[in-house]
Design a protein around this ligand. Structure first.
Ligand code: CTP
Length: 401
């Protein structure tokens, strides 16, 4: 939780506190976050690009163009970020930010961003108290930015007062709190049902028909929903996975029929249902009471159709937002759209076995989200990141419903 997995754009302007940003970056990386550092030309006097690049494990930028004339895209970096931290933020950079004076890469990136912005001002005490600084801080707040107030103490000038940049651990705490709270709100009080894993259809007491589903996608969805404040009921077929979270209740079943019974017991009480289970389409007509002996040269098993759990949910849908998955090998979009309609879904997540890295037992997935009116294609991502994309789509649809 918190900053883990988050992309933080660190914008450094030219103040003595810039050297402390090395600690901030080191700790963001340690806690599982990712950073992209951009400096104003003045900041380069205070902190080394080499140190920042080594700590952040990637190139840092201070100019619109690289040494070979390549463009350092401020738009791309701005849209990549989950949050921006401007630290230290000098009086000059603050003034340029709130007035849109776009004369360096830091300001251009800031102006292109849509994510939350955190500002850690740092300047001498009289500059901090100046009405113009106060007005600029007020304006930044009005833009919805978060101010991490300067702290009291000895300043570089030798004077003592308010103006020292907040300590890196305070900046980090603010970011961690922000992401925790942002999580808590988005699906608060929503009840989410998720089906996951394979189903096993018994042939005899020791054998079954099953499939290679690991349950990873469903478990990632359950974990992400709980992080966003939902109460989750995860109904899963056999898997070794587990989740320790008071907001996730796991019901473990074996066969499709058991899954259907549990799903329908709880479905009416749910706000959102996501069917990611790889349910066996057919089950043996008869389950042998004793272990089948290998007497004959061939063995014929008669299979009968299993209930379609997702379709049953679609038929009984009242207020629920219903999401299904489709795994297709040909005419993917067309087939997924047919399932969307046939099963009465709000949207369907299409993954194609043709994509390298997508599918059963993998940690990554490549999806398209298809609704009645839109098709959105995503890059290959970890299943945790894919879960976020799917739940973002759920939230968007809830807001427009
Ligand atoms: N599903 C279900 N119950 C079933 C079969 C499928 O709930 N008996 C759900 C899956 O969890 C998934 C979606 O339906 O969300 C699509 O499953 P898929 O096997 O791809 O499609 P089918 O409807 O079974 O059609 P087909 O196998 O012919 O492609």
């Amino acid at each position: 939780m918190g900053i883990s997995g988050k992309k933080i754009l660190v914008l450094i302007s030219g103040g003595i506190a810039a050297y402390k940003i090395n600690y901030l970056i080191r700790n963001i990386i340690k806690q599982g976050g990712e950073t992209q550092v951009i400096l104003t030309p003045d900041a380069e006097q205070f902190v080394s690009k080499l140190t920042l690049a080594t700590l952040s494990k990637k190139p840092v930028f201070s100019d619109f163009y690289g040494p070979n004339g390549e463009w350092n895209s401020h738009v791309e970096m701005a849209l990549w970020a989950d949050a921006i931290v401007v630290a230290p933020c000098t009086a000059n950079t603050l003034a340029k930010m709130v007035n849109g004076i776009c004369d360096n890469l830091v300001i251009a990136t800031y102006l292109s961003a849509k994510c939350p912005v955190f500002i850690a001002p740092a300047m001498d005490l009289d500059m901090y108290q100046h009405p113009s600084t106060k007005l600029n801080i007020q304006k930044a707040k009005e833009y919805g930015h978060h101010i991490i107030p300067a702290e009291n103490g000895e300043l570089a000038s030798g004077l003592i007062g308010q103006g020292r940049m907040a300590e890196p651990e305070n900046i980090l705490n603010t970011l961690n709190n922000h992401f925790d709270t942002a999580y808590k709100k988005s699906l608060d009080n929503k009840k989410v049902l998720i089906t996951a894993g394979p189903t096993y259809e018994a042939i005899d007491p020791v054998r079954f028909i099953g499939n290679h589903s690991s349950g990873k996608m469903g478990f990632a969805l359950a974990e992400e929903s709980a992080k966003r404040g939902a109460k989750v009921l995860l109904i899963t077929g056999p898997t070794t996975l587990d989740i320790q979270n008071p907001n996730v209740k796991i019901i473990r079943i074996t066969s499709a029929k058991e899954m259907l019974n549990k799903v329908m017991e709880h479905f009416q009480n749910m706000d959102i249902a996501i069917a990611s289970a790889a349910v066996a389409d057919y089950a043996p007509k008869e389950v042998a009471e004793e272990k089948i002996k290998k007497n004959d040269d061939s063995l014929i098993l008669e299979l009968v159709k299993n209930p379609d759990i997702l379709k049953t949910m679609g038929e009984n849908k009242t207020k629920q937002l219903l999401v299904g998955f489709a795994l297709e090998t040909q005419n993917e979009e067309e087939n997924a759209k047919l399932k969307l309609a046939k099963k009465n879904l709000d949207f369907i997540v299409l993954n194609s076995l043709r994509d390298n890295g997508a599918g059963f037992k993998k940690d990554t997935n490549k999806i398209k989200i298809i609704s009645k009116t839109t098709v959105t294609e995503y890059n290959l991502k970890s299943k945790n990141e894919v879960a976020k994309d799917i739940l973002d789509a759920v939230e968007n649809m809830l807001h427009t419903k």
